[in-house]
Design a protein around this ligand. Structure first.
Ligand SMILES: [Zn+2]
Length: 304
């Protein structure tokens, strides 16, 4: 090892006691591998090889050091050069190891962040798809509702423009007067004037005198004239509906503006409401005959 005749500037690795007799930094004295085939160089090469081949940093340094020692170095300062080299290599390897570790950690963290971001994006996409389908559904529902509302409005406007409501039993039959209210119904009753039991042959619709009476359906006038307690009466033959011959009749009118044999069309004004004959007030006594028989006309009249 070190020659005792030369000034010591060795670093005692055991005691940590450093005796430095020169001020020159040990690193400056460290020769490069190109310095020649010296034992020192061999040691360096062995050390470098060990550092590359071996994973264990501490073991590498220890082995290299041993190699340098056993190569027969007798040069002054070889021991402290070894120590300095060891220190540098150790710190270099540690720095590389630490750098690798933190690089690995950084990569892992980056991967985790990327996965998180992907998950968030997927979740957002799923939410977008869900929202879009809900929106599409509600839009289609809304369109259907609007369409229905428009249809209803059109029907209402049509009815209003005609002034009639369609009948229930045969919707093609119009209400003979616009508005008014149902009073005495069709059926057996005690006559409010004579007190006798009788069949009330029609539906009374209370409505102001002078209100237009319209033909509920196309037809031909078969009777116009005075009809006893029925006052001014009218009958219109409409032809066959639902397999039955349908005729409509009217009592108590103020007047009629049609004559027997005249063709009338649906909605055409045929006369005006009055209170002629046996009557207690302005109203229309409306009748429907199916195959010549008096029936309740209500199914042919809308409720309002
Ligand atoms: Zn009546």
């Amino acid at each position: 090892m070190s020659n005792t005749s030369t000034p010591r500037r060795a670093l005692n690795p055991v005691a940590g006691d450093t005796v430095v007799t020169e001020t020159a930094a040990p690193s400056r004295a460290l020769p490069t591998p190109d310095a020649g085939p010296s034992p020192l160089r061999l040691g360096f090469v062995a050390l470098a090889a060990g550092a590359v081949a071996t994973a264990g940093v501490g073991v590498t340094v220890a082995a290299s050091h041993a190699a340098a020692e056993t190569s027969g170095s007798t040069g002054a300062g070889s021991s402290d050069i070894d120590a300095a080299r060891d220190a540098r290599l150790t710190s270099g390897a540690l720095a590389a190891f630490t750098s690798r570790s933190s690089e690995r950690e950084s990569l892992a963290a980056d991967a985790e962040t990327a996965v998180d971001a992907r998950e968030t994006a997927l979740s957002a996409t799923a939410e977008t798809v869900r929202t879009a389908s809900v929106t599409a559904l509600s839009t289609s529902r809304q369109k259907a509702l609007v369409s229905t509302a428009q249809t209803i409005t059109k029907e209402e406007q049509k009815r209003k423009s005609e002034g009639w409501e369609p009948g229930g039993k045969n919707p093609s039959f119009l209400r003979p007067v616009a508005g008014g209210s149902f009073s005495s119904p069709f059926g057996w009753r005690t006559n409010p004037v004579t007190g006798a039991s009788e069949l009330h042959s029609g539906q009374d619709i209370s409505i102001g005198c002078g209100t237009p009476i319209r033909a509920p359906q196309d037809g031909t006038v078969t009777f116009v004239g005075w009809y006893g307690s029925g006052g001014n009466a009218l009958r219109i033959e409409h032809g066959t509906y639902n397999g039955k011959d349908i005729m409509s009749g009217y009592y108590h009118a103020e007047s009629y503006i049609v004559s027997v044999g005249q063709k009338v069309t649906r909605g055409e004004i045929v006369g005006y409401v009055g209170t002629t004959g046996t009557s207690t007030g302005c109203h229309l006594h409306y009748m429907i005959f199916e195959d010549g028989t008096n029936v309740d006309p209500v199914p042919y009249i809308a409720s309002s």
